[in-house]
Ligand binder design. Sequence first.
Ligand code: CU
Ligand code: CU
Length: 364
Amino acid sequence: MFDQGTRHKTRRSHGLIVAAALAAFALTAGGLTATIRAIDDQAAAGPPVAASSSPAAAGHAAHGHTPAGQAAVAEAAAPKNTQRADAPAYRPAAVQVIDWDMTEKVVEIAPGKVVKVWTFADRVPGPVVRVRVNDLVRVTIRNRTTMPHSIDFHAARIAPNKAFTDVMPGKSWTFEFRATTPGVFMYHCGTAPVVHHIANGMYGMIIVEPEGGLPKVDRELAIVQSDFYVSDTPGAPADDAKLMTGIPDVVTFNGYAAQYKEQPITVAKGEEIRVFLLAAGPNTWSAFHVVGTIFDRAWTDGIHPENLSVGNQTLNLSASQGAVAEFRLDQEGIYPFVTHDFTNATKGAVGLLRTEHAAGTMSH
Ligand code: CU
Ligand code: CU
């Protein structure tokens, strides 16, 4: 993304900037701040995260001389990378503080598919951030891994060569931006090669609400679609050759194939549902569709009156695009949501909304 000379120069100046930023942070730390950490209720929804339970086995596996039994141990130990789909509420604060470790861990992203992921806040996708226009967003990332990482916020109007710079192992980095544009935006690691850092899990959604907030609805969900290129070696990062074909093995909503088909999302008949969507890629688009309903309102990227569309059956989101879809389910029942690019739905980008008093099952 940037030439090395620029990177090295900016990196040298970072020590001072970080020190200044940390000092400023210390002055305001007791004041009006809200910290957006890994959202505990969402993290708690999945099985306990055993981030360090299997790296030893996975490390051996990555070097290719693991007995079959040991690989099986790595698979058995890896937690399922599931997440709840509920969107976090907006929390007012003079400064919205994002404070995340960047980590590595081994997780299962589909039945029998165990991979190493690189994370923001130990989660894939990273935490959903929710702010409002005019909020000051202060971002701190700490690199707990052995390779450089960075963070690029599509919601920011900022010089990327300064703000989105590489952070070396063991170092941290702080920068600020003011939210100017309402919408659903992507954030991701921007360290080269970017495709690897996204394919291995370093992405997430930031919701920027308009001034005064969004109208209240009954239910809010956040769904990030992303694609995985699974190595034949359990516990290894994305397979380079597969990644370059752009044809994934697994496509997920919120990090685990078909998790909401196994555990449908319960909603109420007739309630107003708002889904925040992000097509994180790195490569696949999302043709987001809910079987059995039509979107009453939708906005792609910016939440502006000019972007309002009415009566969509499907939203067309290229890699990195976000959207808001609002709809109701008129009858008791089980309503699949998919990417209507059905090859990728078959690979895991599928889930179910089930009304409280629905009878029967979904046949497909
Ligand atoms: Cu990275
Ligand atoms: Cu980007």
